[in-house]
Design a protein around this ligand. Structure first.
Ligand code: PMP
Ligand code: GLU
Length: 397
């Protein structure tokens, strides 16, 4: 008799979180599952950040915080944007939220009207199209493949723009592909966007600090579009703080203010203790960031070798984030015990059941012929996982 709203009925559950949950359920049954599904650092939050949170508890940071976040944190974020990205923002342009996830959703709900188009380069992070649906917008995908390093060109972008285009969501370093746009590549996209002043540019830079090619480049650096770029970032990935749930936007004032209104009616300010921890992350010693980045780079090198040893898998070398996204078409259409592996979601399920390795099929990322493995785990785990994957794939006919 009761039905969820049409808005909810149209929404798919997050595949990354679903695969991780399945893996945890199997683990709880005593099965030795290696979880390469969800993307989160396996490191503990650095000690000085934890100490700041403990101090915040003792100092009674137990009250509501201002909706956009404590001024000290927003100032620290402005300083980070200046020092690391050479971008000028003021605290009234920053809104802190429950993770970058809420930050992105806030912006989309703030700017979209029904049927507005949002350009999303594919492969994309699973949640973007679902958030666009929540905002009653329409996703317009621009497809890229392993041959072009999973990056879109200015020509493709130009073609995808219509008079209904309201926004574009860029993600560099990318989840799920690990691709990183160079300054020149971003400039090419910025030049196209400069010709279309109605388009708001969401730049998801949550993997900024996990970069193997050198300095991070933000599309917000280009003067001709700067006043309509929303930078999205947070502490989840770079500081190993996924569970603390602090993300933020640096945005034009009208967007920041509207996100504050939305958030004020919806969730209020983010957790006050977690905000103090995030402030310590940005103002404290940064060597932890480099230590973790270097570990991810070693694992990247290892995992690319391991995937290359699997016959038929094609892999691009990720330049950032902590995912490999090989093309697994060679295994699609094969079968095991009479069951056909139709797409990469089936392959991920087969690997979970047979190899006890959790991954995420590319279907959820708009690339059904690819599969995502997160390498945010130990080198031993990675070696063991790919040995098992190899053995399982050998069973396919
Ligand atoms: N953007 C991308 C591309 C991500 O991979 C994630 C990871 N969940 C997020 C945003 C959201 O991060 P957070 O944990 O800060 O919500
Ligand atoms: N961003 C991570 C992932 O893609 C975390 C899970 C999620 O929030 O989707 O696996």
């Amino acid at each position: 008799m009761f039905k969820v709203s049409e808005r909810l009925a149209a929404l798919s559950p997050s595949e990354t979180l679903a695969m991780s949950q399945k893996s945890n359920e199997l683990k709880a049954q005593g099965i030795d599952v290696i979880n390469l599904s969800v993307g989160e650092p396996d490191f503990n939050t650095p000690d000085h950040i934890k100490a700041a949170a403990k101090q915040a508890v003792d100092n009674n940071y137990s009250f509501y915080s201002p909706v956009p976040g404590f001024l000290e944190l927003r100032k620290a974020i402005c300083l980070k944007l200046k020092n690391e990205n050479n971008l000028d923002f003021t605290p009234d342009q920053i809104v802190c939220s429950n993770g970058a996830k809420q930050a992105i959703c806030n912006v989309l709900l703030t700017i979209l009207n029904k049927d507005d188009e949002v350009i999303i380069p594919a492969p994309y992070w699973v949640s973007y199209p679902e958030m666009v649906k929540l905002g009653e917008g329409k996703s317009v995908f621009i497809y890229s493949d392993i041959e072009n390093d999973f990056k879109i060109s200015p020509e493709q972008l130009e073609k995808a723009i219509t008079e209904k285009t309201k926004a574009i969501i860029l993600c560099s370093p990318s989840n799920p592909t690990g691709s990183v746009y160079s300054k020149e590549e971003l400039q090419g996209l910025a030049q196209v966007l400069a010709k279309h002043p109605q388009i708001i540019i969401l730049s998801d830079e949550i993997y900024e600090h996990i970069n193997y090619v050198g300095t991070h480049e933000s599309i917000a650096q280009f003067e001709e579009i700067r006043d309509r770029v929303v930078v999205i970032n947070g502490v989840s990935k770079g500081y190993a703080m996924t569970g603390w749930r602090i993300g933020w936007i640096a945005a034009p004032k009208w967007i920041a203010s509207a996100c504050g209104t939305l958030q004020g009616q919806y969730t209020s300010g983010a957790c006050s203790v977690a905000q103090k921890a995030a402030e310590a992350a940005y103002t404290g010693n940064q060597s932890c960031v480099e230590t973790m980045r270097a570990a991810f780079e070693r694992r990247r090198n290892l995992v690319v070798e391991l995937v290359r040893q699997i016959p038929g898998m094609k892999v691009s070398v990720p330049q950032g984030a902590f995912y490999v996204f090989p093309d697994c078409s060679a295994y699609l259409g094969k079968s095991f015990n009479g069951k056909v592996i139709e797409n990469s979601a089936d392959l991920a399920m087969f690997l979970l059941e047979t190899a006890h390795v959790a991954s995420v099929g590319g279907v959820a990322f708009g690339a059904p012929h690819c599969i995502r493995f997160s390498y945010a785990t130990s080198e031993d785990n990675l070696k063991k996982a790919f040995e098992r994957i190899q053995q399982a794939l050998n069973k396919l006919q």
